[in-house]
Design a protein around this ligand. Structure first.
Ligand code: NAP
Length: 282
């Protein structure tokens, strides 16, 4: 069984701090990747409607023979479905694809402030329905900036349990993280190793060599010590194993500070800016 620490969310649910991300895993390969991750000990899977592999996630969990209740499963609303009726249908489809009667966490994937007349508030209120009827144990958002979070606080009655945002050593995203910390919103760090781009950094490779760890382990450990939730993606068995072995070592203050010093601010982003991102999959 897994020895991954859990973090308590603002609704009392607990989420494993380390999980397995499945973005860009082809639908046909997803069940096998998820099964491998579960066999290694992961108990938290992060998928999304946009990844088109929810079916494989559900299948992988069943193939691993693990009780549904032991795995924390997150999915996310696709960008084309922000209107309440569309969101309701999309959420039904998510549960159908997973073949589960609930998800542990359901997120608005992107705020899309330039679309839908800038209305992500009615979308959020629709997610509140899913929480109320128990089909989403927790609800949250992804890629929300401080202004978007503040608007939800001003206009609705619930605080998102998490905000899943881009965070890695080149883009520490501390303003949004700090807002979350001050308002009881847990931060989930997506692309935690910047899709591999930070792994050749001389600061990271030097620390990895000194500690006898891989560059990915060092960067993922930095996230863990910052208190964020991470779910690195890999389809490579040895990497899936290595990325799970983060709890038998610690970064000292100097190494931790050296990695924090790699932050490039806004220019360190590798993904789209949530203030302008308006992609709707066809
Ligand atoms: N909410 C959002 O908008 C959003 C956006 C992006 C991602 N996410 C979530 O965050 C998860 C993780 O982010 P991500 O997939 O973008 O990137 P990531 O986890 O930072 O990096 C994945 C890449 O790094 C490689 N890799 C993984 N472990 C490695 C290791 N130990 N050594 C060397 N290379 C390694 C993988 O290659 P191989 O697979 O070939 O091994 C893959 O190319 C996603 O899967 C998804 O669940 C959410």
């Amino acid at each position: 069984m897994s020895n991954t620490p859990t973090i308590e969310l603002n609704d009392g649910a607990r989420i494993p701090q380390l999980g397995f991300g499945v973005y860009q895993i082809p639908p046909d390969d997803t069940a096998a990747a998820v099964k491998s991750a579960l066999e290694i000990g992961y108990r938290h899977i992060d998928t999304a409607e946009m990844y088109q592999n929810e079916k494989g996630v559900g299948q992988g969990i069943r193939d691993a023979g693990i009780d549904r209740a032991e795995v924390f499963v997150t999915s996310k609303l696709n960008n084309g479905f922000h209107k309440p009726d569309d969101a309701r249908r999309a959420f039904d489809d998510t549960l159908r694809a997973l073949e589960f009667d609930y998800v542990d966490l359901f997120l608005i994937h992107w705020p899309l402030p330039t679309l839908y007349d800038g209305d992500y508030v009615s979308t959020w209120k629709t997610l509140e329905e899913f929480k109320k009827d128990g089909r989403a144990r927790s609800i949250g958002v992804s890629n929300f900036q401080v202004a978007h979070l503040q608007r939800l606080a001003d206009e609705t009655g619930t605080v998102p349990a998490v905000n899943q945002i881009e965070v890695h050593p080149y883009f520490a995203n501390d303003e949004v993280r700090t807002y979350g910390r001050e308002h009881g919103i847990a931060t989930e760090a997506w692309s935690p190793i910047a899709q591999g781009q930070v792994l050749d950094d001389p600061v990271v490779t030097r620390i990895a060599e000194t500690l006898g760890k891989t560059p990915a382990q060092v960067v993922l450990r930095w996230h863990i010590q910052r208190g964020d939730i991470v779910f690195p993606k890999s389809v490579t068995l040895q990497r899936i194993k290595d990325n799970f072995a983060l709890f038998d070592f610690e970064l000292g203050d100097k190494d931790f500070a050296a990695i924090s010093g790699l932050d490039k601010g806004e220019s360190g982003r590798i993904g789209p800016n949530p203030d302008t991102f308006d992609f709707i999959p066809s």
